[in-house]
Design a protein around this ligand. Structure first.
Ligand code: NAP
Length: 313
């Protein structure tokens, strides 16, 4: 176990963490950034990014995150590939326990982001990795010319359905209500796509499949209007796109979280209930959750941390 002391520790390597690192490094705080298990965050499992300002044409998510990493490193950030699994925020310096390092820091920015939610039914667990996925851009390729289903009615579900329509033989979007919450522009593209069929007012009752070989063959759907009414559809891939949960397991009991597990920050601020600990990006934002808003919050957190360190050191 290596001991690392830093003025400012940034936990997380998505747009919020890297932007915080760029600002903190330029302020000469010599930050250390711990990447977590998925350096680059959720953008590393997307393809086209059309709404990050500054790029006239679509760019690739993994490429954008690589640029952010290089920028943060070039500015002087010490990037460490480790995973923080426990913390002690009860006294200064704060301690964060990684798998290979123990970090002590005068100030901490939490930017650990969020991850995909699952339905939590047993057949989903059985077929995870064998036809059930939460990432079309990661696993869509395995379903070339095969029928697939996407579950959900938000931006993620619609984007996944559109993405899969270029690969799969057909896409069935299953939504539990009769209207989508996805943006209008995405809905228009979805409704105009001849390869996508929508089943409204239904949710998954059971995922159907074979054990040898382990593979999905279909879904039993049940109506949300009359739960005794079921129907089976034949698909070989199922993409669950029902939202995200913040990655805050390691902070439970150490910092104030809301009932959904998000770190509580006052509106428009990055401060938490622990002076010197700040939070930015999806870990504290359940409304906007965009790469650009996460980056903006990362900038705010770095400025707040800089002010805190100036006053307290
Ligand atoms: P979301 O907006 O929370 O949508 C989740 C969807 O899943 C909802 O339609 C919800 O149904 C459904 N759902 C939730 N739990 C379910 C369950 N147990 N069974 C069946 N359906 C369930 O999540 P998201 O699509 O991941 O988007 C999250 C945030 O990221 C949003 O703010 C979104 O705007 C943003 N985002 C933006 C982009 C972009 O700008 N290009 C792309 C992706 C995501 P109900 O509608 O009935 O609640």
């Amino acid at each position: 176990m290596t001991a690392v002391h830093t003025q400012l520790l940034i936990i997380g390597a998505g747009p919020a963490g890297y932007t915080a690192a760029v600002y903190a490094a330029r302020a000469n705080l010599k930050p250390t950034l711990v990447t977590g298990l998925q350096p680059g965050g959720q953008l590393t499992i997307t393809t086209d990014v059309e709404n990050y300002p500054g790029f006239a044409d679509a760019i690739q998510g993994p490429w954008l995150m690589e640029q952010m990493r290089i920028q943060a490193e070039n500015m002087g950030t010490n990037i460490i590939y480790d995973y923080v699994s426990n913390v002690d925020f009860s006294k200064q310096p704060f301690t964060c326990y990684g798998e290979s390092n123990t970090f002590t820091a005068d100030s901490v920015i939490i930017a650990t982001g969020a991850e995909a939610k699952w339905l939590n039914i047993s057949s989903e667990e059985t077929f995870k990795g064998f036809g059930v996925s939460a990432c079309a851009t990661c696993d869509g390729f395995f379903f070339k010319n095969k029928p697939v289903a996407v579950i959900g009615g938000g931006n993620s579900a619609v984007e996944e359905a559109l993405y899969l329509s270029n690969i799969a033989s057909s896409v069935t979007l299953v939504h539990r209500r009769d209207s989508l919450r996805a943006e209008k522009v995405l809905q228009d593209r979805l409704f105009a796509n001849p390869k996508i069929n929508i089943i409204w007012n239904h949710e998954i009752d059971e995922i159907l499949g074979t054990t040898t070989p382990k593979a999905v063959t279909g879904i039993r759907l049940k109506s949300t209007l009359s739960p005794e009414t079921t129907q089976n559809i034949e698909v070989e891939g199922i993409f669950i796109a029902i939202g995200h949960s913040p990655k805050t397991e390691m902070f439970k009991g150490h910092i104030d979280l809301d009932s959904a597990g998000y770190i509580i920050t006052p509106k428009g601020e990055t401060t938490t209930n622990i002076p010197g600990v700040f939070a930015a990006g999806d870990v504290q934002d359940k409304i906007y959750r965009q790469a650009v808003t996460a980056a903006g919050q990362g900038c705010m957190a770095a400025l707040d941390a800089e002010k805190f360190l100036t006053i307290n050191n």
